[in-house]
Design a protein around this ligand. Structure first.
Ligand code: FPP
Length: 251
């Protein structure tokens, strides 16, 4: 996509500020293909992907983004071969063990990681408790499904005794209720779908797809996604600020 010269020349931190980019979400796809290309087991791709995930999250924090959400394990991923599932669980545990190095990140697990076993349930809760109230937020979607999240929200409201619900009620009962909605969702790995990720929250998110496989995704690629985001016109269903009234319908 063509990016105008003014946006092309501004530092990325300035673009984050000017464009109001507060929350970025990643669908980290392509670990398996990355490994296959190197004749390695899929788990090797996940290992490099997990290391890269730390680099990318730290970078997003550095350029002034307040909140990051990553899709690490969907409710459907449990259907993968046991060896791969176990490798992902081990990566999660070692990620949690190393997360103590991060001083200013509040970790939150979205989805139902506790259903994947006692150890995962306890370790994820402990990390959340230890890091509560820190300035930068990282949501890790683990055993997460977007439809299930909406159903959970509605069931919580029914349990409170509601017989009719509003959009605000549902938003307030999502796992991400303390975060702004994602402004930008990036999917790597050349697939163009949302795969049951942040379905409610994505209503007005800008979507950005790249062929880059997740283990190869770099901080320069983040800069590119931010530049594209900053060059888009977000209308939230209204009209462009500079467009004369009546010139067309905004979406
Ligand atoms: C999709 O790629 C990726 C996943 C199912 C797992 C994503 C997980 C990580 C990047 C690291 C995990 C981090 C933690 C904290 C556990 P794919 O395997 O579907 O790739 P493919 O489409 O090329 O097969």
């Amino acid at each position: 996509m063509a990016i105008n010269r003014e946006i092309g020349n501004l530092p990325v931190t300035e673009l984050v500020k000017q464009s109001g980019l507060r929350h970025i979400a990643f669908i980290m796809d392509g670990n398996g293909r990355w490994a296959k290309k190197r004749i390695l087991p899929r788990e090797a791709g996940h290992k490099v992907g997990a290391d890269n995930f730390k680099t990318i999250v730290r970078y997003c924090k550095k350029i002034g983004i307040e909140c990051c959400t990553v899709y690490a394990f969907s409710t459907e991923n449990i259907k993968r071969p046991q060896r791969e599932v176990e490798a992902l669980f081990r990566l999660l545990i070692s990620f949690i063990e190393e997360a103590g190095e991060e001083r200013d990140i509040e970790f939150r697990f979205i989805g139902e990681p506790g259903q994947l076993g006692e150890t995962i349930g306890r370790r994820t809760r402990e990390l959340e408790d230890e890091t509560r109230g820190r300035p930068y937020r990282l949501n890790i979607a683990f055993n997460y499904g977007g439809r299930a999240e909406i159903v959970r929200a509605v069931n919580r409201l029914i349990a409170e005794g509601k017989t009719a619900v509003t959009e605000e009620d549902i938003s307030a009962n999502l796992y991400t209720n303390e975060c702004p909605e994602p402004d930008l969702i990036v999917r790597t790995g050349a697939e163009m779908r949302i795969s049951n990720f942040l379905l409610w929250q994505a209503a007005y998110a800008e979507l950005y797809f790249t062929d880059r496989l997740w283990p190869d995704y770099t901080t320069a690629d983040v800069d590119e996604a931010v530049r594209v985001f900053a060059s888009r016109s977000r209308r939230f269903g209204g009209l462009d600020k500079n467009e004369p009234q009546g010139a067309g319908e905004g979406k």
